[in-house]
Design a protein around this ligand. Structure first.
Ligand code: NOJ
Length: 975
């Protein structure tokens, strides 16, 4: 070890010890706010936000400019004091989507604005959705106000000339749905030839390693490393303890406020980094309001309530001072109830009221702030989108039902392909399992304790010095054998593969990437951008380039990723991207893609592209490209749902973090990204047993179910807490496994129809206003209702059941509850408040096995929630090979179940595609059966089936028939 390395190790050990002490002392996590810009500290946001109160750009239509152009309607708008007209176009998609784009007319000397070709579904798919929009000349008036209707009759838009506004309405009822630019906040920083590409000033941006910094005592010190919190680590062991401690010399967090006032395109400084903004001011924005709507949802990811708080107007408990910020960042120790930016973002806002649901998608991947206001006179909700760059590209989804809106958004950005079944099981992770022996022991312990799990994970310490695609030779000398051993139990492994590449000429991935010129470039566009991350000095691949994506995908081939096997899947972390010594712990906006686009234009797409390329790699590594990949990403954007799962990053082992997880996951689900979860147990800190148990209960009913923990935390595998705790957690996890057929069917429904997996209560009861503010309880599909315990010391809790529905307690169905009221439900430590809808049929598998793979051929149990009003109960089951893409070629089966209470007959159909499958039922459980039947008969054979009726609970269980299971299709009659 060199002396620097020794010093570094010592400093690290000290830092770790301090962190552990802090955690042991029970100190809560606290975000270092000074590291992150506010709106006021961000020129484009401050200017556009202020414009709301001051003079607004009042755009008007240029008279006579509107014209039909094929399926589109085009026009031009202009405003006093701006540089000339802007091109406006409208397009309609057949499910009720109206798209409005505003761009600068092409001009010599001005580079067109950045627009990603990859966020929306490919042109072919969108073309299929296109429906002609007909200009209605009869309604033109002298000023040029006109209207247009989509030829499928789903949408009508009235474009007012002066001031320019667009009102979307229901063509039949005339109900107003959405108003664009109603508050004249449309803003477009137009450029003139000469503005573009002219470097306005030269600044030193992007610090490397071995630099000098000064702590709060002002002394110059050598920086030898950067921490995950974005703070420097000094050679002499000095620590910046005060908030905002920053190594860079000239740090004046607020200096940009002054520069912003004088010249909107001037350089801006923050936290010791200066952004030269060589292209000047390029920001865009618009307000969108929803008449009659008091509730908005979506715009994930924020650790904030599901029903969005206002950020403008009168201050109240339900208000934030700051706009929601959409700028993908690695926010160390994030806090809850905050509109601060987090790791990923989806610029989709959904408005819901008893009259209808509508939504707006702001198709812009640059830094974006979102103000939510209650309009003065009506209290209706307004969204103000404020982006640093790009164009105005707004998609309005007209609903009118929640289901319509989900489908409309899915028709634009796609859905999640049905995940391989194992990935819906339970995942066991920590930073880090030490070595192969540790992995073997953990697996053996799960076996010994008869505890189901599907995947065990390896974090960054498994690599050779944070060189991804490699293994630490001492700790993981035989990775293939290790994976084979795990696979022998029907389980998988996941390794982490981050996007920063260690700049080490002995590292083949770096050598190749450098030789081929695949790294993002620094501001001049010539040198590789360098930043500090886990491996030290690193560069970052340009995943916006299809060539680089293909090269990255190739790294996952078994030949290139030595030691990987088909049972190894992937975790993409730190892909905001996280740059420990960069502005706001990320990449300087002046960095360039290989095409020369500034990073500022597409920052929010870094993780999107990274996960996409990884997914491609996992598909292509197998001959035939037929196996479904599993890739977890921390960062994401609209469309990321097509690439896999995401999780909510570094939460904390605190009750408040458990509580906010459901709000965050609901926001993601309604914004089209269903495969999401939160670290079970909390990443930072040590949960006590009660918190851990309650977290497992919530996590088991959330789509992505993984326990994870920081490297400094105590081990917390469920078998470490004694028999009682183990038994309770095992029961929770077993419940998850028993419902895998239901989860799998929900993901199939999502893929084919765009409906979320985890849904708000208002998706089932759109008129029930009590549901509008609920983010702490949710539905799975529309048949299970979940409200986990998220407070300590609780043995009962209040649950709201929506109007017009009835429910049975899932585990103890002794009673039926009628909706439209709050009920108080017992919730001792071993019970999760989950309810089955009367009218639902839920497919399950009840045999406790070690993993999902071991359950493949098990027979099904159907849980039938009998409708007390005599209506029928319905459900479905989707089955395929659980592993490959063959389902897309028709290799899958579907069953539809129906219980006709009047006829007292339960039936199940079966329709299979290319491969016939035999599906069997071993048990039928009827909840809420009014009376004991005298006989239960399998109609096909007239076999009389055994049953047990519990007079007290009114549960009828038809058990495994004596001779054989019940094969689907079937019908069973109750007499
Ligand atoms: C940050 C991630 O959010 C966390 O889950 C992971 O354990 C660490 N990076 C180390 O890779």
């Amino acid at each position: 070890m060199t002396s620097t390395a020794r010093a570094l190790a010592l400093v690290r050990a000290l830092a770790l010890a301090l962190a552990v002490l802090a955690l042991l002392a029970g100190q809560s996590v606290a975000v270092d706010r000074k590291k992150f810009r506010t709106c006021a500290q961000t020129g484009f946001c401050a200017r556009q936000r202020d414009a709301g109160a001051q003079e607004k750009d009042a755009y008007h239509l240029l008279p006579g400019s509107q014209a039909q152009d094929g399926d589109l309607v085009r026009a031009q708008i202009a405003a006093k004091g701006t540089r000339g007209p802007l091109n406006l176009s409208f397009q309609a998609y057949k499910r009720g989507v109206l798209r409005m784009r505003i761009v600068e007319p092409p001009q010599d000397g001005i580079r067109p604005r950045y627009e990603s070709p990859d966020i929306l579904l490919g042109a072919d798919k969108l073309d299929e959705e296109a429906t002609p929009l007909r200009l209605e000349p009869a309604e033109k008036n002298a000023e040029g106000t006109f209207s247009m209707t989509s030829s499928d009759g789903r949408l009508r838009a009235i474009v007012t000339a002066a001031p320019f506004r667009v009102l979307g309405e229901d063509p039949d009822s005339g109900r107003p749905i959405v108003l664009l630019n109603g508050q004249s906040m449309l803003h477009f920083d137009q450029r003139a030839p000469g503005d573009d590409g002219t470097l306005r000033s030269e600044h030193n941006v992007g610090a490397g390693a071995d630099q000098l910094g000064s702590g709060h005592d002002g002394a110059a010190r050598k920086i030898v490393d950067w921490g995950e919190d974005g703070k420097p680590i000094y050679e002499d062991g000095h620590e910046d303890t005060a908030l905002g401690g920053d190594a860079s010399a000239a740090a004046d967090a607020d200096s940009n406020e002054d520069s912003a006032d004088s010249d909107p395109g001037a350089p801006e400084s923050f936290g010791g980094h200066t952004d030269a903004r060589p292209h000047g001011a390029t920001s865009v924005g618009i307000d969108v309001s929803f008449p009659g709507c008091k509730h908005l949802y979506g715009i994930p990811e924020h650790a904030a309530p599901f029903s969005l708080k206002s950020t403008r107007g009168p201050k109240s408990e339900a208000a934030f001072d700051e706009p929601y910020r959409n700028y993908n960042l690695d926010v160390f120790e994030y806090e809850i109830d905050e509109p601060m930016a987090l790791y990923g973002h989806i610029p989709l806002a959904i408005a819901h009221s008893a009259a209808g649901t509508a939504s707006v998608f702001w198709n812009n991947p640059s830094e974006t702030f979102v103000d939510i206001a209650n309009l003065d006179d009506s209290g209706d909700k307004q969204v103000h989108w404020i982006s640093e760059s790009g164009v105005v590209d707004v998609m309005v989804m007209a609903g009118p039902t929640p289901v319509d809106v989900f489908q409309q958004y899915a028709s634009l950005t796609g859905t999640t392909p049905i995940p391989p079944l194992f990935s819906l099981g339970y995942h066991q992770c920590r930073w880090n399992y030490r070595d192969e022996k540790d992995i073997e022991e953990v697996n053996a312990n799960f076996e010994k304790h008869n505890f189901p799990y599907d995947v065990i994970w390896l974090d960054i310490e498994h690599t050779d010095g944070k060189r991804y695609f490699t293994w630490d030779q001492h700790k993981f000398p035989t990775p293939t054998d290790m994976q084979d051993k795990i696979a022998h139990f029907g389980r998988k492994m996941v390794t982490i593969v981050d996007p920063h590449i260690k700049r080490d000429t002995n590292y083949h991935v770096h050598r190749e990437a450098e030789r081929l010129g695949y790294y993002i470039k620094d501001k001049g566009g010539n040198k590789d951008f360098k930043g500090w991350c886990w491996p030290g000095d690193s560069s970052y691949l340009d995943f916006t380039s299809p060539t680089v994506r293909q090269w990255w995908a190739d790294q996952f081939s078994y030949k290139n990723y030595v030691g990987s096997t088909p049972n190894l899947h992937t975790w993409n972390d730190m892909n905001e991207p996280s740059v420990f010594n960069g502005p706001e712990v990320s990449m300087t906006k002046e960095a360039r893609s290989l095409d020369g686009w500034e990073h500022r234009e597409w920052h929010n797409l870094y993780g999107f592209y990274h996960q996409w390329a990884t997914m491609q790699g996992l598909i292509e590594r197998n001959t035939g490209h037929n196996e479904r990949p599993f890739v977890l990403s921390r960062s994401f954007f609209a469309g990321s749902q097509r690439h896999g799962a995401i999780w909510t990053g570094d939460n904390a082992a605190q009750w408040s973090h458990l509580k906010i997880a459901s709000d965050m996951l609901l926001s993601l689900n309604v914004a089209g990204l269903p495969f999401a979860g939160a670290d079970v147990g909390g990443f930072f800190g040590n949960p006590d047993e009660e918190l851990l148990e309650r977290w497992y209960q919530a996590g088991a009913f959330q789509p992505f179910f993984r326990a994870h923990a920081h490297i400094d935390t105590k081990r917390r595998e469920p078998y470490l807490f004694g028999e009682e705790v183990l038994a309770r957690i095992r029961k929770t996890v077993s419940l998850r496994y028993s419902l895998l057929p239901f989860w799998y069917t929900l993901f199939h429904i999502h893929e084919t129809s765009g409906l979320p997996v985890m849904r708000p209560l208002w998706s089932l009861a759109p008129q029930d206003e009590v549901t509008f503010s609920l983010g702490d309880q949710w539905l799975l599909g529309h048949d299970l209702l979940v409200k986990p315990v998220t407070d300590p010391g609780v043995s009962s809790l209040s649950v709201y059941l929506p109007v017009g529905t009835s429910w049975y307690q899932f585990e103890h169905p002794h009673k039926m509850y009628t909706g439209g009221t709050h009920i108080t439900e017992d919730a001792p430590l071993d019970k999760i408040p989950v309810f089955v809808r009367a009218g639902a049929i839920i497919p399950r598998k009840m045999r406790l096995r070690r993993s999902s793979q071991a359950m493949r051929d098990d027979p099904f149990t159907l849980m039938i929630g009998v409708d007390p009003n005599g209506g029928s109960s319905e459900g479905s089951l989707y089955v395929d090979d659980e592993v490959t893409f063959d389902y897309r070629k028709g290799d899958s089966c579907k069953s539809a179940f129906d219980y006709d209470a009047q006829a007292a007959k339960l039936s199940g159909s079966l329709s299979c595609g290319s491969t016939a499958r035999t599906l069997h039922i071993e048990r039928l459980v009827f909840l809420g059966m009014a009376r004991r039947p005298s006989k239960v008969t399998l109609d096909a054979t007239q076999e009389s089936l055994d049953f047990v009726f519990d007079e007290e609970t009114h549960v009828l269980t038809v058990r495994k028939p004596v001779r054989s299971f019940i094969p689907i299709p079937f019908s069973v009659s109750l007499a």
